[in-house]
Design a binder for this molecule. Structure first.
Ligand SMILES: [Zn+2]
Length: 419
């Protein structure tokens, strides 16, 4: 049995779309339904690919608003790390934080997240229940302590053994960064990724301090350091990547590394530099867009993220032609990188059925001179009517099953965590 979406508006034309076993199987002006098909009348709603969050820490919804308007170091040391130590000891809090994040993501049109955090089994449970797709890994830290290195390797091996990889879920190895993870653990993560064909998810060149420290400790940039450790490859997904030299950018291009742009988090934490989109685009580096965690954003809304990304590039470079609406939409919908095989960014037969129906009466979508411009610059996520992930309907007419229960569970978890 398949689903037929009748009367969608795809790129300006009325279109019927058949979805079967999680894929778009037919896209045509008219599809004849059979008795077994479930038919949904989309009533001239605009259909677009859903958005894919390339870098986040979902359970950080628990820490939204807990420390704002602070410098990075005191923010981490006084606010975030002490509370994360509490979260690690409270798996139920991780579950509710992630479950609540999934609710927020679905409501704002995101059907996939690349997540790095703690208490992995709870995060898997939350994503699975939500119907979203995910790439999940435990944030690996050893702080250069050999005992911790051994512990982290064992944890990763154990997690991978029991992780059920399928068309919805992908396991990742997620060493946090070059300044929190030893050379030994980084090399191991690279080898483990190669042996099992897994993505490696890392923070890279987020701050000037990180780059300066890399030069003083290793005599090279973080990118060159990862290259020497064998981590640069099409399996690497690197978040932030704002403090890069031209040589670094060339290396990322040569090895087919996917980079994730996190404009709101970068601006909020004042990292002092801007993602070099123009150079990356010239070298055809695969790019994704991400929100980072809700403690440094402070939401998970990819519609908002697209607008910030485009405006930041234009403002910073003085070039309004840079990062056009069409370009940032392609990046946000996941069509510019193929690191995750269970997502795709275009609505066509054979691609994954992850899409949104938008209310054409929403003020931000009118008049319709340029739908993609409206989506990026005007509409915001309140234009979303229906969300489909892996061929399943997660939200219809703005409603998600069990929403109230999730809100209540989340509030209780926050109360307990902060008591
Ligand atoms: Zn991050």
């Amino acid at each position: 049995m398949g689903i037929i979406l009748k009367n969608t508006i795809l790129k300006g034309s009325r279109t019927d779309i058949r979805i079967d076993k999680g894929l778009f199987t037919e896209v045509s002006p008219h599809i004849e339904e059979t008795e077994e098909d479930a038919v949904i009348d989309a009533e001239d709603n605009i259909i677009i690919p859903s958005l894919k969050n390339g870098h986040t820490h979902s359970a950080m919804t628990l820490l939204r608003g807990w420390g704002d308007d602070m410098k990075l170091k005191p923010w981490l040391e006084e606010k975030i790390w002490p509370m994360e130590a509490e979260i690690i000891r409270d798996p139920e809090a991780s579950y509710w934080g992630t479950r609540f994040a999934c609710l927020e993501m679905v409501k704002s049109g995101t059907t996939f997240a690349n997540d790095m955090y703690f208490n992995l089994p709870q995060n898997i449970r939350a994503f699975r229940e939500s119907g979203m797709k995910a790439a999940l890994g435990t944030a690996l830290f050893d702080f250069f302590d050999t005992e911790k290195t051994t512990e982290m390797k064992a944890l990763c091996e154990k997690e991978f053994k029991t992780f059920e990889q399928n068309s919805m879920m992908q396991y990742t190895v997620a060493p946090h960064s070059v300044y929190t993870v030893s050379k030994e653990l980084l090399s191991w993560a690279g080898d483990f990724s190669k042996a099992h064909n897994l993505p490696v998810h890392i923070h890279l060149c987020e701050t000037r301090e990180e780059v300066d420290k890399s030069f003083s400790s290793f005599g090279k940039s973080p990118v060159a350091y990862l290259k020497d450790l064998g981590l640069l490859s099409p399996h690497l997904i690197a978040a932030h990547t704002v403090w890069l030299s031209d040589d670094d950018i060339q290396m990322l291009a040569d090895y087919g590394v996917t980079v994730v742009h996190n404009p709101v988090s970068n601006m909020k934490l004042s990292v002092g530099n801007v993602f070099p989109f123009d150079k990356m685009k010239t070298l055809h580096i695969p790019i994704m867009l991400g929100t980072d965690g809700a403690a440094s954003n402070n939401n998970l809304d990819m519609f908002e993220e697209m607008k910030f990304a485009a405006l930041l590039q234009k403002h910073h470079t003085g070039n309004p032609e840079l990062m056009k609406a069409k370009e940032i939409f392609a990046i946000a919908s996941g069509s510019e990188s193929s690191i995750f095989p269970h997502i795709s960014g275009e609505i066509k037969p054979g691609n994954h059925a992850d899409c949104l129906l938008l209310n054409p009466d929403h003020s931000g979508l009118n008049p319709d001179h340029n739908t993609l411009s409206n989506i990026v610059y005007a509409a915001g996520s309140s234009c979303i009517d229906t969300v489909i992930s892996g061929g399943a309907i997660l939200m219809r007419h703005g409603k998600i099953d069990g929403e109230e229960r999730i809100r209540t569970g989340f509030r209780k978890a926050v109360k307990k965590l902060f008591s």
